[in-house]
Design a protein around this ligand. Sequence first.
Ligand code: ZN
Length: 184
Amino acid sequence: MAADPQGPGSDAGGRRIVCYRCGRELRVSGKALSVFCPHCQQRLVLENIRISGLCPTREVLTCGDIVVEQGAQLHVHRIWAQNIIVRGRVVGPVTARGSVEVTRSGRIDGNVAAASVVVRDGGIVKGQCRIVRGSPPPAIAPPTGQSSAAVRPSDPPRSASPPAQSLGAPPLRLRRPPLKPPGS
Ligand SMILES: [Zn+2]
Protein backbone atom coordinates (compact mmCIF):
# COMPACT_ATOMS: atom_id res chain seq x y z
CA MET A 1 0.00 0.00 0.00
CA ALA A 2 2.77 2.37 0.86
CA ALA A 3 3.42 3.99 -2.43
CA ASP A 4 6.85 5.16 -1.64
CA PRO A 5 8.16 7.05 -4.60
CA GLN A 6 11.78 6.60 -3.69
CA GLY A 7 13.22 5.01 -6.71
CA PRO A 8 16.93 4.37 -6.56
CA GLY A 9 18.75 7.52 -7.34
CA SER A 10 15.62 9.41 -8.24
CA ASP A 11 15.95 11.76 -5.33
CA ALA A 12 19.70 11.77 -5.10
CA GLY A 13 19.96 15.53 -5.17
CA GLY A 14 16.66 16.25 -3.51
CA ARG A 15 13.60 17.47 -5.29
CA ARG A 16 12.08 20.75 -6.15
CA ILE A 17 8.82 21.69 -4.61
CA VAL A 18 6.70 24.78 -4.53
CA CYS A 19 5.81 26.28 -1.20
CA TYR A 20 2.06 26.20 -0.80
CA ARG A 21 2.23 29.21 1.47
CA CYS A 22 4.22 31.66 -0.60
CA GLY A 23 4.31 29.95 -4.00
CA ARG A 24 8.08 29.98 -4.34
CA GLU A 25 10.31 27.09 -5.25
CA LEU A 26 12.65 25.34 -2.91
CA ARG A 27 14.72 22.21 -2.92
CA VAL A 28 14.23 19.57 -0.29
CA SER A 29 15.75 16.25 0.56
CA GLY A 30 13.93 13.30 -0.88
CA LYS A 31 13.36 11.82 2.54
CA ALA A 32 12.19 14.89 4.38
CA LEU A 33 8.64 14.77 5.71
CA SER A 34 8.52 18.44 6.49
CA VAL A 35 10.66 21.45 5.89
CA PHE A 36 10.81 25.12 6.71
CA CYS A 37 10.38 27.30 3.69
CA PRO A 38 13.37 29.64 3.52
CA HIS A 39 11.23 32.29 1.84
CA CYS A 40 8.30 32.58 4.20
CA GLN A 41 9.64 30.70 7.25
CA GLN A 42 6.62 28.48 7.43
CA ARG A 43 6.65 24.78 8.03
CA LEU A 44 5.65 22.78 5.01
CA VAL A 45 4.29 19.26 5.03
CA LEU A 46 5.82 16.99 2.42
CA GLU A 47 4.10 13.74 3.27
CA ASN A 48 1.51 11.90 1.30
CA ILE A 49 -1.79 12.11 3.11
CA ARG A 50 -4.59 9.58 3.08
CA ILE A 51 -7.95 10.69 4.37
CA SER A 52 -10.68 8.32 5.39
CA GLY A 53 -13.87 8.70 7.34
CA LEU A 54 -15.15 11.98 8.59
CA CYS A 55 -12.30 14.40 8.77
CA PRO A 56 -12.73 17.51 10.91
CA THR A 57 -9.72 19.20 9.38
CA ARG A 58 -10.45 22.55 7.81
CA GLU A 59 -7.42 22.62 5.57
CA VAL A 60 -5.18 19.96 4.16
CA LEU A 61 -1.94 21.25 2.74
CA THR A 62 1.01 19.20 1.59
CA CYS A 63 3.64 19.15 -1.09
CA GLY A 64 2.99 15.43 -1.35
CA ASP A 65 -0.12 13.74 -2.63
CA ILE A 66 -3.55 13.48 -1.06
CA VAL A 67 -5.95 10.59 -1.40
CA VAL A 68 -9.48 11.07 -0.16
CA GLU A 69 -10.76 7.56 0.29
CA GLN A 70 -14.17 6.32 -0.64
CA GLY A 71 -16.63 7.16 2.11
CA ALA A 72 -14.50 10.00 3.43
CA GLN A 73 -16.10 13.39 3.86
CA LEU A 74 -14.14 16.54 4.05
CA HIS A 75 -15.37 20.09 4.54
CA VAL A 76 -12.42 22.35 4.02
CA HIS A 77 -11.41 25.90 3.40
CA ARG A 78 -8.79 24.53 1.06
CA ILE A 79 -6.91 21.50 -0.08
CA TRP A 80 -3.54 21.95 -1.73
CA ALA A 81 -1.24 19.16 -2.85
CA GLN A 82 0.93 17.90 -5.65
CA ASN A 83 -1.67 15.41 -6.84
CA ILE A 84 -5.08 14.70 -5.42
CA ILE A 85 -7.27 11.65 -5.88
CA VAL A 86 -10.84 12.01 -4.68
CA ARG A 87 -12.75 8.80 -4.11
CA GLY A 88 -14.89 10.29 -1.37
CA ARG A 89 -16.43 13.72 -1.02
CA VAL A 90 -14.75 17.05 -0.69
CA VAL A 91 -16.59 20.28 -0.03
CA GLY A 92 -14.35 23.26 -0.63
CA PRO A 93 -11.76 24.51 -3.08
CA VAL A 94 -9.25 21.98 -4.37
CA THR A 95 -5.87 22.95 -5.77
CA ALA A 96 -3.15 20.66 -7.10
CA ARG A 97 0.13 21.42 -8.76
CA GLY A 98 -0.21 18.26 -10.78
CA SER A 99 -3.45 16.45 -11.29
CA VAL A 100 -6.80 16.14 -9.64
CA GLU A 101 -8.63 12.90 -10.27
CA VAL A 102 -12.22 12.35 -9.27
CA THR A 103 -13.07 8.68 -9.41
CA ARG A 104 -16.51 7.23 -10.06
CA SER A 105 -17.28 7.37 -6.36
CA GLY A 106 -15.78 10.81 -5.91
CA ARG A 107 -17.38 14.20 -5.63
CA ILE A 108 -16.07 17.71 -5.23
CA ASP A 109 -18.34 20.56 -4.28
CA GLY A 110 -16.03 23.42 -4.98
CA ASN A 111 -13.71 24.94 -7.51
CA VAL A 112 -10.81 22.90 -8.82
CA ALA A 113 -7.51 24.31 -10.03
CA ALA A 114 -4.82 21.96 -11.32
CA ALA A 115 -2.54 21.25 -14.26
CA SER A 116 -4.88 18.45 -15.22
CA VAL A 117 -8.32 17.48 -14.04
CA VAL A 118 -9.74 14.05 -14.66
CA VAL A 119 -13.31 13.18 -13.76
CA ARG A 120 -14.09 9.52 -14.19
CA ASP A 121 -17.46 8.31 -15.31
CA GLY A 122 -19.77 8.82 -12.37
CA GLY A 123 -17.55 11.31 -10.63
CA ILE A 124 -19.00 14.72 -9.85
CA VAL A 125 -17.50 18.16 -9.74
CA LYS A 126 -19.84 20.94 -8.74
CA GLY A 127 -17.75 23.97 -9.31
CA GLN A 128 -15.41 25.51 -11.81
CA CYS A 129 -12.46 23.58 -13.18
CA ARG A 130 -9.47 25.70 -13.97
CA ILE A 131 -6.49 24.24 -15.76
CA VAL A 132 -3.41 25.93 -14.40
CA ARG A 133 -0.14 25.44 -16.20
CA GLY A 134 2.89 25.95 -14.08
CA SER A 135 2.34 26.60 -10.45
CA PRO A 136 -1.14 27.21 -9.19
CA PRO A 137 -1.62 30.06 -6.81
CA PRO A 138 -0.37 29.31 -3.32
CA ALA A 139 -2.89 28.07 -0.86
CA ILE A 140 -2.40 31.14 1.22
CA ALA A 141 -2.12 34.25 -0.80
CA PRO A 142 0.87 36.24 0.32
CA PRO A 143 0.03 39.74 1.44
CA THR A 144 0.08 42.02 -1.53
CA GLY A 145 1.78 45.36 -1.52
CA GLN A 146 4.02 44.36 1.33
CA SER A 147 7.60 43.33 1.33
CA SER A 148 8.17 39.84 2.58
CA ALA A 149 10.60 41.16 5.14
CA ALA A 150 8.07 40.82 7.90
CA VAL A 151 8.77 37.23 8.67
CA ARG A 152 7.67 35.74 11.91
CA PRO A 153 9.80 32.74 12.78
CA SER A 154 7.21 30.58 14.47
CA ASP A 155 3.91 31.79 13.35
CA PRO A 156 1.16 29.31 14.06
CA PRO A 157 -1.24 28.75 11.21
CA ARG A 158 -3.81 31.42 11.10
CA SER A 159 -6.95 30.27 12.74
CA ALA A 160 -9.30 32.19 10.59
CA SER A 161 -11.83 29.44 10.74
CA PRO A 162 -15.31 30.62 11.32
CA PRO A 163 -17.08 28.83 14.11
CA ALA A 164 -18.37 25.47 13.15
CA GLN A 165 -21.63 25.90 11.45
CA SER A 166 -24.55 24.47 13.28
CA LEU A 167 -25.77 21.25 11.81
CA GLY A 168 -29.26 22.10 10.82
CA ALA A 169 -31.68 24.39 12.54
CA PRO A 170 -32.85 23.51 16.00
CA PRO A 171 -35.94 21.37 15.90
CA LEU A 172 -39.07 23.36 15.69
CA ARG A 173 -41.18 22.99 18.73
CA LEU A 174 -44.71 22.37 17.76
CA ARG A 175 -47.02 24.35 19.87
CA ARG A 176 -50.55 23.26 19.84
CA PRO A 177 -52.96 26.10 19.53
CA PRO A 178 -55.46 26.34 22.33
CA LEU A 179 -58.40 24.22 21.38
CA LYS A 180 -61.04 26.55 22.60
CA PRO A 181 -61.10 29.44 24.91
CA PRO A 182 -62.27 27.92 28.15
CA GLY A 183 -65.70 28.75 29.40
CA SER A 184 -67.22 30.22 26.32
ZN1 ZN B 1 7.17 29.73 1.44
